[in-house]
Design a protein around this ligand. Structure first.
Ligand SMILES: Nc1ncnc2c1ncn2[C@@H]1O[C@H](COP(=O)(O)OP(=O)(O)OP(=O)(O)O)[C@@H](O)[C@H]1O
Ligand SMILES: [Mg+2]
Length: 407
């Protein structure tokens, strides 16, 4: 935990600064001061010097700049961050010893980025914090996975929910599932979740200008068994028009700072909101099954994604492998030929396990961790983490299923 002290004579902006900082787990707001001339006393009364002093300049620029000059002479190691709407004043504060600045009004994203830099530089430890506690994560561990169905009902949401829940059980991960299937999404039905406030992604969009980490956290409902957080689709279908791609960009960027993994369940309408998530994702899982219409759409979607320069991120996952009712006699090899891309992973057909888990309101990792679908989901999670997937035990009844793709 890094200690921060703020000085800002304006009560309103001090209040919003406080709210902003309260939403950041790795920061401890040690002292607040309403007068520039008392700031020395306030920080000297603390047991130790704070790691960072935040000085809002606009209430009285001359006094604030004078104090910064004194502060940087007396405590040359103290990092100083200044905030103002006046660029000239910000420049002067840098000349007097401040090291970082932000333009007023300050957004959470910018504040987090500066705090991360300022405090990371002072201690070198932000990225190495215990992964569960810290709100800002090591860059390398982050992953945004967008999951796109090649047609309705292929199992996209089932894969999203179970993959996200599986990733959540790793204590090194913090995972959020984002339901961008805005009109008809149902990710929140698959698991029993707790949420105090009924806030959806539409409410976040409506409040995008004053979106802070506290509000964002309140919008995410939590599944107790796995710790997975879910950002739900809008409650009313009429609300989907509220959301545009800029909202999605902002919300995903904020979530990225707080979670190690984002799993995004997309709609199949390829709305601008879906396209934004596809552009931002590190990996696009394209879900399909071994039947003609689904595979034809895989080809069409890869073509579309190729035109957006996104084809390299696509990984194809075939679901319901081994189902006589779904498959149309198309082999995995034939499917790969048609698609012109390797199939990354396969998930077996197991309606019993999925239905029972859904009725129980639990993901498979909790309800039936030994099921074949869950084994395949674990393998998918390992592959996405860049690890070789553990060999899976071939099921007796469905000898046709071969999780490693080509036969
Ligand atoms: N591997 C599987 N084996 C058996 N049943 C499955 C499998 N995957 C998904 N299902 C079942 O298929 C149905 C549709 O699944 P799901 O809702 O995940 O599909 P979807 O692609 O998200 O659908 P939509 O297009 O409506 O968003 C559900 O009843 C689910 O339990
Ligand atoms: Mg779905």
């Amino acid at each position: 935990m890094q200690r921060v002290a703020i000085v800002d004579p304006s009560e309103a902006s001090r209040e919003s600064l406080r709210t902003l900082l309260l939403g950041v787990d790795f920061v401890w707001l040690e002292a607040e001061c309403a007068r520039y001339e008392y700031f020395f006393d306030v920080i000297e009364q603390q047991g130790e010097m704070p790691d960072l002093a935040i000085v809002a300049l606009d209430a009285d620029k001359a006094k604030a700049l004078y104090m910064i000059g004194e502060l940087s002479i007396k405590y040359p190691k103290l990092a100083i961050l200044t905030i103002s709407q006046d660029h000239q004043a910000l420049l002067q504060s840098l000349q007097r010893g401040a090291k970082y600045f932000l333009t007023h009004p300050v957004g959470l994203e910018d504040m987090l980025a500066v705090l991360r830099r300022a405090l990371g530089e002072s201690s070198g430890s932000i990225g190495d914090q215990p992964s569960n506690g810290g709100m800002v994560r090591q860059q390398g561990a982050k992953q945004m996975i967008a999951v796109l169905g090649s047609r309705g009902g292929v199992g996209t949401t089932s894969i999203c929910v179970n993959l996200a829940a599986t990733l959540s059980t790793d204590p090194d991960n913090t995972v959020a599932l984002v339901d961008l299937d805005l009109a008809l999404g149902d990710a929140d039905i698959a698991m029993e979740v707790n949420g105090m406030d009924n806030i959806s992604i539409a409410d976040l969009a409506r409040n995008i200008e004053r979106l802070d980490m506290n509000f964002l956290r309140r919008a995410l409902v939590r599944h107790e068994g796995t710790g997975l957080s879910i950002l739900r689709h809008p409650m009313e279908i009429q609300e989907i028009g509220v959301l545009h791609e800029g909202h999605v960009e902002r919300i995903l960027n904020l979530l990225k700072m707080s979670y190690s993994h984002l799993v995004i369940d997309l709609s199949k309408s390829l709305r601008p909101t879906d396209m934004m998530a596809l552009r931002m994702a590190d990996t696009i899982l394209l879900t399909a099954q071994l039947e003609l219409s689904s595979l034809r759409n895989v080809v069409r979607l890869i073509h579309l994604l190729g035109s957006e320069d996104l084809a390299d991120k696509v990984r194809i996952v075939i679901n319901r492998v081994g189902s006589d009712t779904v498959e149309e006699g198309i082999s995995m090899k034939k499917a790969e030929e048609v698609i012109g891309k390797p199939i990354t992973w396969q998930i077996p057909y197991d309606p019993k396990a999925l239905i029972a888990a859904r009725i129980a309101g639990e993901p498979l990792v909790r309800h039936n961790p030994k099921s074949r679908v869950q084994h395949a989901i674990v393998g998918l999670a390992q592959i996405l983490a860049g690890k070789p997937a553990a060999p899976l035990v071939e099921a007796k009844s469905k000898a046709k299923w071969n999780p490693f793709g080509r036969k």
